[in-house]
Structures are given as structure tokens and as C-alpha cells.
Design a protein around this ligand. Sequence first.
Ligand SMILES: [Zn+2]
Length: 120
Amino acid sequence: MPKNKSKKVVQKLKNGELRKIRCELRTLLRLEKEKRWRDLQKRFAALGKDKSLSYDERWEKRSFIIREQEELRLDYIRYPLCCCLCGDRMENLVYSPGRYEWRCVPCYTRAHKKFPEEYP
Ligand SMILES: [Zn+2]
């Protein structure tokens, strides 16, 4: 995460080998996120079958799981792990200060052409 969230940040890694290593690390983190997401989904589904819980208890536990999934999703898009639009993990990424998200250079450039004030 950029230290100053209000500034545009552009990654500039050019070395192809380092970019591949970065991509592999990003892929590992994505796989871990997906594993955690699936685990939460399994817990969510199991709650539906648990007859020992009251409706309110089930609702409260399911709401907690939904919040955890949302935090997981937000954490993933707020760090420079992939383009939030196309999912590219190899490209350098650009941090969009107004949206708190990372986009690859082609996606950011396209957004800049359409909405220059939102994507400086
Ligand atoms: Zn992209």
C-alpha cells in the first residue's frame, strides 16, 4: 500500500526475470486468497445445515462470514497484487488514488483517456 494514499503510484519494474518472480508471488497470494474464500464458503454452507442453531444465531454467524469475505476481497484489491479490471499479474501496476485500487498500465491508460480527472 502506498504511504500516501492520495497520490498516484506507478510501478516501474523492467527486468523480465524480476517481473516473473513478482508474478509468481502474486499468484501464490491469489491462490491463498481463493483458498481462504472457499473455506469461508464451506463454513457458510455448513451453517445452513446446522439445526442446533437458532435462526438469529445462524444469521449472525453468516453475517460475520460475509464480512470476512468482504474484508478479504478489499484487502486483495487494495494491495498491488493484480489489475482490478483484467486480473493481469505480470504487468506493472498503477495505483488509482481516488478509487484505492491497482490497475495495469493498459487498463489505467484507457481509464485516463475516458476520465482524466478520476485517473490523473
Ligand atoms: Zn488490466
